[in-house]
Design a protein around this ligand. Structure first.
Ligand code: SAH
Ligand code: SF4
Ligand code: F3S
Length: 469
C-alpha cells in the first residue's frame, strides 16, 4: 500500500444505517453495507459523523410506516448541523416504505437524496453516484434519485458476497436470505406489493454463502424468506429443490451446528420439511408458524387458504416427527368483521396449540390491500381489549414454557459475556436467552447446560460438562 492510499482525502466515508421491520431488512442492511464498502463507505453507529444515512424501512403496519417521517424530521436537523460545519450528509430511504410510496417520500421530505426499494440494492453505488452528481446544484434543481423497479436480473447475483470482516462483527449467528417476495396475497398484507413476487435463490448460491459464513466462524444460520418454506431454488441440474432438501444439503457443511428458518406459511409445510425435522439434529426444534386467527370465517376472509382444524392437524404431524418441537406464532386481532366468537376461536386455537412465544398485532388497514376495502372495521377500543386478553394468554404460555425447561439439560450456544461478572450468556435450541456462571473460554461453542431456574424472559443454567481439552 502506498502512502497516498491513506492520505486524508482518501479517508473512509461513513454510512449510518437504521433498520426497521423484519429480519430480512436486517440482512439487507448488512448487504447494503457490503455493497458500499468497496466505494469507501465504512459503517458507523454515530449519526453525527455520517456522510450517508440510510433508513431501511418497514410498511407492515401504519405505525411502522409513520416512523420514517418522524425520523426524517429529526435527520433534517442533523443534516443542517453537518452542513453548517462544512460537511455533508446524504439521505437515502430504502425498504418497504420506499417501495410503496416512491416519489411521494421525496415530495414530503425534499432533503431525501435517494428513494429505492428492496429489489434495487445492488444498484445502490450507482444511485449514490447519480445523487452525488447533483450535490452542488441549487436545491430547487435537485431531484431525488428514485428506483422502485422490480428488475429482471437477480439482485443477489449482483450483490457482493458477504464480507468476512462484516460477518465476524455479526458474531456466531447469521441470517441468510434464501427466498424473497410473496405470492400469497393475504388480504391484510402489504408484503406482496413491497417485495414483489416470490423468488428463490439458486441452491449453489445459498450453499456458497453458508460455507463462507461458517468459514468466518458462524455456528448458527437462520434462513430467511417472507415465505421461507415456499423455497424452490434450482440446483446445478436445473431441478427444483424445496426447503426440506436444502436443509439436508446445508447439514453437510462441516462446522455448521444449528439451522433455523423463518417465516413459514402453514400451507407450505410439506412432508420433506417435516421429515428434515425428524432426521436432522442441527435443525432446531423451534418453529415460527403463524396462524393469524383461529376462526375459519376470518381465515377465509384473510385469504390464508386453510382452516383452524388443518393447522392443528399440521402441528400434530410436526410434533410426531419432532416431539420436542416448540412453536411460535403471529396473531392479528380486530380483522374487519371479527366477532366476539371469532376472537374466542383465536384464544381457543392458542390454548390447543400451546406456544412458546407469540407476536400479536391489532389489525392495521394498509392502503392498496383488499382488507382496506372491507366493511366491518373494528373499533380501536375493541382491538385494544382483545389484544390485551390475547397477550395475557400467550404471556402465560411463555412463562409456562420457560418453567417446563427447569430441570432439563439442553445444548446452549454460548455467545457472549453475561450481564453479571463471571457470567456468560447464550441461546437454547428454543431461542431462549440462557445465563450461567462460567469463564469466557466457553464463548463460541455449544455446551450442555442444566436449566436450574427462570428469570424475566430468560433461563438460568448451570454448566453440565467441562470443556473438552
Ligand atoms: N410471511 C409471514 C408474515 C410476514 S408479516 C406469514 O405469512 O406469516 C409479519 C406479521 O405481521 C404477520 O404474520 C401478521 O401477523 C402481521 N401483519 C401483517 N400485516 C398486518 C396488518 N395489516 N395489520 C396487523 N398486523 C399485520
Ligand atoms: Fe403477507 Fe401472507 Fe405473504 Fe405472509 S404469506 S408475507 S402474511 S401475504
Ligand atoms: Fe416490514 Fe417489509 Fe419486512 S413491510 S416486515 S420490512 S418485508
Amino acid at each position: 500500500m502506498t502512502k497516498t492510499d491513506i492520505a486524508p482525502q482518501n479517508a473512509p466515508k461513513r454510512v449510518f444505517i437504521k433498520t426497521y421491520g423484519c429480519q430480512m431488512n436486517v440482512y439487507d442492511s448488512d448487504r447494503m453495507a457490503d455493497a458500499l464498502a468497496p466505494h469507501g463507505y465504512m459503517p458507523t453507529q454515530e449519526l453525527g459523523e455520517a456522510d450517508l444515512v440510510l433508513l431501511n424501512t418497514c410498511h407492515i403496519r401504519e405505525k411502522a410506516s409513520e416512523k420514517v417521517f418522524s425520523e426524517l424530521g429529526r435527520l433534517k436537523e442533523v443534516q443542517g448541523e453537518r452542513r453548517a460545519a462544512g460537511a455533508d450528509m446524504m439521505i437515502g430511504v430504502a425498504g418497504c416504505v420506499a417501495q410503496a410510496e416512491g416519489e411521494e417520500i421525496a415530495r414530503r421530505a425534499p432533503m431525501v437524496d435517494m428513494v429505492f426499494g428492496p429489489q434495487a440494492y445492488h444498484r445502490l453505488p450507482d444511485m449514490l453516484a447519480r445523487a452525488q452528481a447533483q450535490r452542488h446544484l441549487h436545491p430547487s434543481l435537485k431531484k431525488a434519485v428514485v428506483d422502485t423497479d422490480f428488475p429482471e436480473e437477480d439482485k443477489f447475483a449482483h450483490l457482493p458476497a458477504a464480507k468476512k470482516e462484516v460477518t465476524i462483527k455479526r458474531g456466531l449467528t447469521a441470517f441468510l436470505t434464501v427466498q424473497e417476495g410473496c405470492d400469497k396475497f393475504c388480504s391484510f398484507c402489504v408484503v406482496p406489493y413491497t417485495r414483489g413476487a416470490e423468488v428463490s435463490r439458486p441452491v449453489a448460491q445459498v450453499l456458497a454463502e453458508a460455507r463462507g459464513l461458517v468459514e468466518a466462524g458462524v455456528k448458527e444460520i437462520t434462513l430467511l424468506g417472507q415465505n421461507v418454506n415456499a423455497y424452490h431454488g434450482v440446483d446445478a441440474a436445473g431441478r427444483s429443490v424445496g426447503l426440506g432438501e436444502l436443509a439436508y444439503l446445508l447439514a453437510e457443511i462441516t462446522g455448521l451446528e444449528r439451522l433455523r428458518y423463518t417465516t413459514s406459511h402453514p400451507r407450505d409445510m410439506d412432508d420433506a420439511l417435516i421429515a428434515a425435522h425428524r432426521d436432522l439434529p442441527l435443525l432446531m426444534p423451534y418453529l415460527h408458524l403463524p396462524v393469524q386467527s383461529g376462526s375459519d370465517r376470518i381465515l377465509k376472509a384473510m385469504n390464508r387458504k386453510h382452516t383452524a382444524a388443518e393447522y392443528l392437524a399440521l402441528i400434530e404431524r410436526i410434533k410426531t416427527a419432532r416431539p420436542d418441537m416448540a412453536l411460535s406464532g403471529d396473531f392479528i386481532v380486530g380483522f374487519p368483521g371479527e366477532t366476539d366468537q371469532d376472537f374466542e376461536d383465536t384464544l381457543s386455537i392458542i390454548r390447543q396449540t400451546g406456544y412458546a412465544s407469540a407476536y400479536s398485532f391489532k389489525y392495521s388497514t394498509r392502503p392498496g390491500t383488499p382488507g382496506a376495502n372491507l366493511t366491518g372495521q373494528i373499533a380501536e377500543e375493541v382491538k385494544t381489549e382483545r389484544l390485551y386478553r390475547l397477550q395475557e394468554l400467550v404471556n402465560q404460555q411463555t412463562t409456562d414454557f420457560h418453567a417446563s425447561c427447569v430441570g432439563k439439560t439442553m445444548p446452549v450456544l454460548i455467545e457472549r459475556v453475561g450481564r453479571m461478572p463471571g457470567q456468560v450468556g447464550g441461546r437454547s435450541p428454543y431461542l431462549q436467552a440462557v445465563h450461567l456462571e462460567g469463564s469466557t473460554d466457553l464463548i463460541g461453542a455449544i455446551h450442555e447446560v442444566e436449566i436450574v431456574g427462570t428469570s424475566t424472559n430468560s433461563l438460568v443454567g448451570r454448566l453440565k460438562q467441562a470443556v473438552a481439552a
